[in-house]
Design a protein around this ligand. Structure first.
Ligand SMILES: Cc1cc2nc3c(=O)[nH]c(=O)nc-3n(C[C@H](O)[C@H](O)[C@H](O)COP(=O)(O)OP(=O)(O)OC[C@H]3O[C@@H](n4cnc5c(N)ncnc54)[C@H](O)[C@@H]3O)c2cc1C
Length: 816
């Protein structure tokens, strides 16, 4: 982070790259008063040769990620109504996503729910209406469609130019045909960049000083990270087929080149294709081909571009990959049937493991920022966020899915990037369930308990590289004894099993072991550790050794950056349970220069067991001579104990709301301790519990999950800690206890047309016999007793706001 107030002069900013992102950044930074902005691009103006020079600019604003949808809306709102001479920048022709399979049709209702939850107008239409909206569409195979009238096209080259010219008017310098070859850093600060002309000839690099350098190098991003910054960035340039028909007789003379299109953009996700009109031709994009990842060396250099005129972001079309898409497009549009294919190319743009961008400050290099892996769709919105972040130190939105440091160095590798980005390419138009596990690079991290979990028939999901059990088939026999077996519809029942209910029941009534090893945790130690943590945490952590404090990390505006559990191990030694690598990066950014505080990642060398349930003490006490009575180890206290001879740090905490401990073990003792607890637990009916049971139990207790229930956009008051201002996180139960939603659904007042809020977390509460949904709502609707509706696909589920927590509000179970 750059403390701009410390500079004696107005900050000098260098932006690497003049694609849609670099241009939007120059515009937004100058708009915020940064007058000394220079943009270098290795290519010529304004078709620099990057992805933005070739993007057909489809903007479908609806995604499962709320922030990404918001950034898409911001992009459209900024550019809508603007023009460059005769050229419009945005045309809200609307988007029409058709379904040709029942599964897709069903999913369009979910996408309608997402759009509605994020405030994007949308409606599901029948085949006839789809045919009216897209005259000429063969609706024979169409089951219906989602129409989003405010979606549209962004003309990316025009958007680059328009934004760059606005920046120039405010004093920015745009320097084409100049390549950045090095980023100089010294003493933890960025100093500037070295540039050479293109073509280089025998020119020596010239140094250009800068206080802030932002890499907006698009598909060159991984190369810039590797060669100029020295780290692996999990983004991968991919080839993607796009082509045009020859003129369609029915269109010739009907649509002027300036108007370009009248019918909506069409998306046919069952065949992973999209298309639109280009005056009298149809342009078609194909995701229905093998992923084609590229290495940085496979992208033409700026000098080659200068010599050949061939844009680096395009490779020749591989017809075998594209042909099935062309055939399908002709099947869908009878007007194309007598028309030949004209020309096409494999365009290149970036994919990331989770589809999110690579933004944010570079740790350890004050003043250095990334703004990469951004689509045209989010480009102007992203630039606003990054500009706010730099100028005001406040991005204004939830950034935990945007910051590139969300990826843990423990998992990031070239192989990880290529495998996961290829999966992201494959799935771009798939119906992806929110709990679908990745099938790539599995088994990277396993806890010592893994062999036992396999023996117990664990069904695993992946979490930050870890194999994490969701439920255990060995517990299937317990389901019958539950009485009423919860049932779910196909969607909410995917990646779920009624065994989760049995494991939750066993936790509430007996005792269960949970593998918590995937939990991120840090050791913060050394002189100044107490001072640091007391400064960054919302609660007082300067308590006696052995105390455990649940507290929040807040940004300087009071937004929630994370919720953490801080255990004091010694005067200046703490263990933190965190929410991921971002927390470590943020804590490190808070260290003063020369600080003696050390921050160490503990997850790799440790294993953690959650031992919870009313019989948990019976099990633990039988294996230790240490005092684990209620008085001997009180709630929210930690103690070093021995379990059957093995050293453990026992924390009397419980995210499931039952008596018990988190037991922190050295990895070499892990399996031994699991086995001893398992043996001792037999007399008490011990079971292993998975993530699904865990989630249901924590919801019953009203424990918030950071990143889902609350984010940086929310203040602690809004998140439910005190009285609210704009919105409140409220607990709802569905009036039909058998109905289940999964999160991200819109909430309505009964019969209402406009959404009043959206669901964050949801699950069945097996002990309380309710289906629970936490949702952000206006304060007046967050009062217990309020009747509301949650839209789930095409249905509306009546729901009621409840006082929370639903389970054990006095907390007697935990304090047994
Ligand atoms: C065929 C195709 C279809 C697409 N369809 C869509 C779509 O429908 N909707 C959508 O939203 N997105 C789409 N995209 C993606 C979109 O085009 C890109 O994500 C977006 O344009 C990236 O913008 P950018 O500014 O980050 O990168 P770019 O446009 O690639 O710009 C990066 C710039 O950095 C410069 N540069 C790199 N390294 C250096 C250096 N060392 N020194 C100086 N300059 C440097 C390059 O010359 C380049 O101009 C598509 C892309 C392609 C290729």
């Amino acid at each position: 982070m750059t403390d701009l107030s410390q500079l004696a002069h107005q900050p000098k900013v260098v932006i690497i790259g003049l694609g849609v992102v670099g241009a939007a950044l120059a515009d937004e930074l100058t708009l915020r008063g940064m007058g000394r902005v220079t943009v270098f691009d290795q290519g010529p103006l304004y078709e620099t040769g990057g992805s933005s020079s070739h993007a057909p600019g489809f903007v479908f604003q609806t995604t499962p990620n709320r922030t990404m949808s918001l950034l898409a809306r911001r992009t459209m709102d900024k550019l809508d109504g603007q023009s460059l001479g005769d050229q419009w920048l945005v045309k809200r022709a609307g988007g029409l996503e058709i379904a040709t399979t029942p599964a897709r049709m069903h999913d369009l209702h979910r996408r309608w729910g997402l759009a509605t939850a994020w405030g994007i107008p949308a409606r599901v239409v029948d085949p006839e209406e789809a045919g009216r909206l897209w005259p000429g569409l063969d609706t024979g195979a169409v089951l219906g469609a989602l129409h989003t009238p405010t979606d549209g096209i962004v003309k990316s080259v025009a958007a680059v130019r328009w934004q760059a010219e606005r920046a120039i008017d405010r004093g920015a310098r745009i320097v084409p045909s100049t390549r950045v070859t090095a980023i100089r850093r010294s003493g933890g600060r960025v100093q500037g960049v070295e540039v050479v002309p293109v073509p280089r000839g025998d020119a020596e690099p010239e140094f250009v000083a800068a206080d802030i350098v932002i890499s907006a190098g698009g598909l060159w991003g991984p190369g810039i990270a590797r060669d100029l910054l020295g780290f692996e960035l999990p983004m991968v340039p991919m080839e993607h087929g796009f082509g045009w028909s020859r003129p369609v007789p029915g269109l010739v003379g009907k649509i002027s080149p300036l108007t370009e299109m009248v019918r909506p953009m069409l998306r046919h996700q069952d065949f992973s294709l999209y298309l639109r009109e280009y005056a009298d031709r149809i342009g078609i994009g194909a995701y229905n081909h093998r992923p084609m990842p590229l290495e940085p060396e496979q992208i033409a250099s700026a000098d080659e571009f200068a010599a050949t005129g061939v844009h680096p972001a395009i490779h020749p079309l591989t017809w075998a990959d594209f042909e099935p898409t062309w055939d399908e497009a002709r099947r869908l549009l009878p007007e194309l049937r007598g028309v030949d294919f004209d020309e096409g190319f494999n365009g290149i743009f970036s994919f990331t493991p989770d589809g999110g961008p690579m933004l944010g400050p570079v740790p350890g290099a004050d003043g250095l920022w990334l703004a990469q892996a951004v689509w045209v769709t989010q480009s102007a919105g992203v630039a606003q966020v990054v500009a706010d972040w730099i100028v005001r130190d406040d991005p204004g939105v939830d950034t935990h899915g945007l910051e590139y440091t969300r990826f843990d160095p423990a998992v990031v590798s070239h192989r990880f990037s290529v495998e996961r980005a290829s999966q992201a390419y494959d799935e771009v138009y798939d119906v992806v369930h929110p709990h679908d596990p990745t099938n790539r690079l599995r088994g990277l991290r396993t806890s010592p308990f893994y062999p036992r979990q396999v023996e117990l028939g664990a069904v695993f999901e992946e979490a930050n590289g870890w194999e994490r059990p969701t439920w255990y088939e060995a517990n299937a026999h317990l389901v019958a004894s539950l009485g009423v077996v919860p049932r779910r519809d196909d969607w909410s029942g995917r990646n779920w099993s009624p065994i989760a209910a049995a494991e939750a029941h066993a936790t509430r009534n007996g005792v269960a072991l949970y593998d918590m090893s995937a939990l991120s945790r840090l050791e913060v130690s050394g002189p100044g550790a107490t001072q640091l943590l007391n400064r960054v945490a919302s609660g007082n952590i300067d308590r006696t050794i052995g105390s455990v404090v649940y507290t929040l990390l807040l940004d300087h505006n009071g937004g929630v950056l994370s919720d953490v559990t801080i255990t004091r191990l010694d005067d200046e030694q703490y263990m933190l349970g965190t929410n991921g690598h971002l927390d470590k990066v943020w804590l490190e950014s808070q260290l003063a220069a020369g600080s003696g505080v050390r921050i160490r990642d503990l997850a790799g060398g440790e294993a953690v067991i959650g031992l919870w349930g009313p019989r948990a003490r019976d099990v633990l006490a039988s294996l230790t001579t240490d005092d684990v009575s209620h008085e001997g180890l009180r709630y929210f206290r930690a103690k070093r104990i021995r379990i059957a001879g093995a050293a453990a740090l026992a924390l009397r905490v419980s995210y499931v709301g039952e008596l018990g401990w988190e037991l922190y073990l050295s990895a070499d003792n892990g399996l031994y301790v699991w086995d001893r607890l398992w043996e001792a637990g037999q007399a008490h009916g011990i079971v292993a519990g998975g993530r699904r049971a865990f989630n249901a139990l924590r919801l019953e207790k009203g424990y918030r999950s950071f990143g889902t229930d609350m984010t940086r956009e929310h203040s602690p008051e809004e998140a439910g800690v005190a009285f609210a201002v704009r919105q409140r996180l409220a607990c709802l139960t569905l009036d039909d206890p058998g109905a289940v939603v999964l999160g991200n659904e819109p909430v309505f007042v009964p019969g209402g047309a406009a959404a009043v809020g959206y669901v964050t977390s949801a699950d069945q509460g097996y002990s309380v016999g309710c289906s629970i949904a936490y949702a952000w709502l206006p304060p007046e609707l967050a009062e217990p007793g309020t009747s509301l509706e949650i839209a789930y696909f095409a249905e509306r589920y009546p729901a009621t706001v409840r006082a929370e927590p639903l389970f054990d509000p006095e907390g007697t179970h935990i304090r047994r």
